[in-house]
Design a protein around this ligand. Structure first.
Ligand code: KG4
Ligand code: ZN
Length: 367
């Protein structure tokens, strides 16, 4: 079957054409078209996504992208389904995609299905060559632990099989990607902060500053990232105050000397923050792997583009004498895209799961 998918939940307008073959227990997705129009430059001066600007850009981009994927206007003739993100995300942005998809569905006379953005990130592991390889080797994939780490979500999931998921825990406040963006802003890094912070962290020492790893010792699978961001804020403020202080502490003196000597303090802050943020993610993932006897771990969402996360997870798994595959989607499918929306809509369709065609900013993983 052939699916056209549309994604407009945040600041990327995305279109994809995906063909699906094989049994529903092991579907194969062939990406025929995949276009993403990023709005990063428009939102960058504001340091974050402005919902009404996002809406305006989606309205402008959607017909342009359709023209790009269907220059001759013939695509509708051999499409079986249109899929569109209905949530979670920014509601004004979501509505633009839903309305555009509704018009297309009428024009082409093709059924329209709503899709869940979080499920899109979760199912992105199906787009990884690692999944195909494990299947070819007849390795067991499930039960699996899934991690969705993005600008809006930090969710740990138990996947009993390809179709059955249970949410084990999530963040109480900021998402991990959001905390990367906020800390990046404190460090005067360009928007979006995550990739810039990862680059800066490579030059720093992750053990230089012992930032708190929140909720680390709580025996649940929940997370909290707003305290970590505040700890970074206070740390930087203290340093700033010490610079104007005639009697800084010995530790502050040491840090100030380092700023003057090598300008490395920002890199150390970035590396130490990143370590604290990922340490708690990896520790809870490993605990879940052990508790549920997971065969694989898969990670999706914007933060899965960060190479340090799987590296640290692998290192920690090794320390715990565990060896299991970590599946990450190819870079293009870590970030928001419409291919994952086609995948999520297909996977829900075969299970008879449907989502109302109504923008829902706080849509959960299960309905
Ligand atoms: O999945 P995504 O594109 O959109 C949402 O659904 O939120 O994720 C965007 C988030 C942003 O917070 C961005 O800073 C973060 O993913 N991100 C990263 C990296 N690349 C993107 N965070 C850490 N390291 C990265 N390399
Ligand atoms: Zn996303």
């Amino acid at each position: 079957m052939k699916i056209v998918a549309i994604e407009t939940s945040c600041d990327e307008t995305a279109f994809a054409v995906v063909s699906v073959s094989g049994p529903s227990s092991a579907p194969r997705f062939r990406i025929l078209k995949n276009i993403v129009a990023s709005q990063v430059k428009i939102h960058a001066p504001f340091g974050g996504v402005v919902p009404n600007l996002a809406k305006r850009e989606h309205l402008k981009n959607l017909p342009l992208l359709l023209k790009q994927i269907d220059p001759r206007g013939t695509l509708g003739k051999n499409i079986d389904m249109i899929a569109v993100t209905v949530g979670p995300g920014l509601e004004p942005a979501l509505w633009t995609g839903i309305q555009f998809a509704q018009e297309l569905s009428q024009k082409w006379n093709v059924p329209l299905a709503g899709a869940n953005h979080i499920k899109g990130h979760l199912y992105s592991f199906l787009l990884s060559p690692a999944t195909a390889r494990l299947r070819a080797e007849r390795k067991k994939l499930f039960p699996a632990i899934g991690l969705v780490v993005s600008g809006g979500h930090t969710i740990l999931v138990l996947a009993k099989d390809l179709h059955h998921y249970v949410k084990l825990g999530e963040t109480y406040d900021d998402a991990v990607g959001e905390s990367f963006d906020k800390v990046a802003r404190l460090l005067n890094l360009p928007y979006p902060g995550g990739p810039a912070l990862e680059q800066l962290a490579k030059k720093g020492n992750p053990r230089a500053i012992p930032f708190p790893a929140p909720m680390m010792n709580q025996k649940n699978y929940n997370f909290s990232y707003s305290g970590l961001k505040t700890a970074v804020l206070y740390y930087l403020r203290n340093l700033g105050a010490a610079a104007n202080d005639f009697s800084p502490s010995a530790e502050q003196k040491k840090q100030l000397a380092r700023i003057e000597r090598r300008g490395t303090v920002a890199a150390d802050v970035a590396a130490s923050f990143q370590y604290a943020a990922f340490h708690v993610l990896t520790a809870k993932t490993i605990r879940a792997v052990r508790e549920y006897g997971a065969q694989t771990v898969f990670i999706g969402g914007g933060v899965s583009a960060n190479k340090e996360l799987p590296r640290l997870l692998k290192e920690e798994l090794k320390k715990n004498k565990m060896d299991l595959p970590i599946i990450i989607p190819p870079f293009t499918y870590c970030q928001d895209n419409a291919v994952m929306i086609a995948v999520a809509a297909y996977m829900d369709g075969v299970q008879g799961v449907s989502w109302p065609l109504r923008a829902d900013g706080t849509l959960d993983l299960t309905n």
